[in-house]
Design a protein. Sequence first.
Length: 385
Amino acid sequence: MQIKEIEVYINELRYDEACFKKQDQSSSVVSTVPARGIIYTWRAAGYIIISMLDYLLLLYFIHFKKKKLSGKRIVFTAKNFCTQSDGELEDRIVRPLFTEEIIFINQSKEIRLKRVNNQKVYNLGGLVKLISHISFRGHSSLMKTFLSYRSVNDSIIRNFRDNELYMLWYYDLNSLALIFSRYRDRVKLIEVQHGSIINYPPYVKPAPVKIAELFYVKNQSTVDYLKVHLCANFPSEYRLIPYPHVERKYVPGLHIFYASTVEFNGLHPVFKDFLKRSTYRDMNVIIRLHPREREKEGFFAEELSAFNIKYEFDHSKNWLESNRISNMIVISPWSSSLEDAYDNGLIAITIDTVGKERYKHLLDGNRFFYSLDLISTFNQITNEG
């Protein structure tokens, strides 16, 4: 595909996703960009220098340590795809598949990662940011970033021979730069599912090129969906990500697991209305913040303090693995935790029209519900139970 055709494709992906998330007013959030002063400028400059050094180190490793490169898996990551344990970052996406023989590359243009899984991370996003500011004149800002990612990535993967490259979602600019790389045939591109795919716009339309040689997905339904949607014109290989095997038991009371979504500035209005009207005595609420909202725990705690409930925040690496309650009910506007809950025999409730559309294939009024009145839905569940 030519650059103009690629730009059209990228803009279509972004437009479709934006429209999907703005189906009604409750799904639209106005965000503000904080003012950036001299401290931010110095930090950005420092990150660019660090990225340049990491880039040179990675090139040295590739050219002079070729034997060590053989068999290495290249994982493009960012802070949002990691969990923090005792102050250390650990990968949370590819960990169910493998934990060794990894080269981590941080694609973020803003945030530096020193170590993941106690090993060095190569931060290349700062270099991409610099190149996008000084090169590719005549292109849009979007394509400057895309072409910068492609230039940096190509200078690295041109030296690979059949290495596996792991993308954590195919439709970000870094991953698209890999997909449209000049050296695509030298690597094996793999996407690992970290959220729901079915009915989500980037995966709905058949792609104009082969997206990945291999998809790791959560369930067979996703495989069936990809075959007739995103991958309809370019078949791929599919493998299932193993869910953790956990023994759960029934615990008396109403146990709620609320998974936030970053598009809302705090709790969803439907959930807040429920907490305001609720009279359940034996109710326990667990809040799991979206990775990009982890620093907002104080804000969520302030919201929750207005209600007379018992609550706690979930800081576990894997909520499915840590949850030992079989009658836990998972609630969210549209977090992929809903799909995970359903796949693992738990009751799931979406409380937003976007979630209703995203998970319409799961809505059965038995283990998956759409609700704007949680008290009424809980009464339905209790009566049927």
